[in-house]
Design a protein around this ligand. Structure first.
Ligand SMILES: C[S@@+](CC[C@H](N)C(=O)[O-])C[C@H]1O[C@@H](n2cnc3c(N)ncnc32)[C@H](O)[C@@H]1O
Length: 215
């Protein structure tokens, strides 16, 4: 019989056998954890490495990130872009811009990353671009809206990656036991499941990553 759950030692084992963070990401991770409220939101080593390798494998020219936070995932994805690539990233929190700016510079990516401060639902319609990769990692209640707003801006064959789709596993609870955010994530997962314009998979990495590819 196949075992369906893995011991708690597996994630540290995976981290120990995943290419190490470089100096810039290590310093950004450390400074975020020392200074920023809600540091747990950072993509971090394993997910960041996945995003970097996915980006490098697909070589996107235009990337859109919804939810910059301190810039960790933006740096990871931008490192995989095509040589003439550009990443747009949106966050409502202007107080983190000093950190993102510092680390985008240190990563040598300042001229490749366009930072937008504002509500994602307001900023997305102003972007006149076709995106090859979109990373949705902001307020959970709006994932469905962000999906609808970006869909026509996504290239054929382009990918949307949505974070936190398992919401600590709570999406599997009976509906009445789910938190507001878990309900929102479950509704998002059902919405994508019903959309025959895309192919999708949920990877049980960290808090759950859904890869959604436009046919
Ligand atoms: C989970 S964090 C993003 C983590 C980041 N992608 C990373 O991997 O390090 C979510 C971010 O979404 C931002 N956010 C929340 N609601 C938003 C909204 N309506 N519009 C834009 N950004 C929003 C928050 O300020 C927060 O920085």
């Amino acid at each position: 019989m196949t075992k369906t759950s893995l011991p708690d030692t597996v994630v540290p084992y995976c981290a120990a056998h995943t290419s190490a963070e470089d100096e810039v990401l290590l310093a950004l991770n450390r400074e975020t954890n020392l200074k920023v409220h809600g540091a747990i939101m950072i993509s971090g080593h394993l997910q960041g490495t996945f995003l970097q390798m996915f980006s490098r494998a697909t070589r996107p020219r235009r990337i859109l990130e919804i939810g910059t936070f301190t810039g960790y995932s933006a740096i990871c994805m931008a490192r995989g872009m095509a040589d003439d690539g550009q990443l747009h990233t949106i966050d409502v929190d202007e107080e983190l811009e000093y950190l993102t700016d510092k680390y985008f510079r240190q990563a040598g990516l300042r001229d490749k990353i366009v930072t937008h401060i504002g509500q994602a639902a307001t900023v997305i319609p102003t972007l006149d671009e076709q995106f090859d990769l979109v990373f949705i990692d902001a307020d959970k209640a709006s994932y469905g809206l962000y999906y609808d707003l970006v869909f026509d801006k996504l290239s054929p064959g382009g990918t949307i990656i949505a974070d936190n789709v398992l919401y600590e596993g709570d999406v599997t609870l009976p509906h009445e036991q789910q938190s507001k955010n878990a309900k929102a994530m479950h509704a998002f997962n059902e919405k994508i499941m019903a959309d025959d314009r895309v192919q999708q998979i949920i990877l049980p990495m960290r808090d759950g990553l859904m890869l959604i590819q436009k046919k």
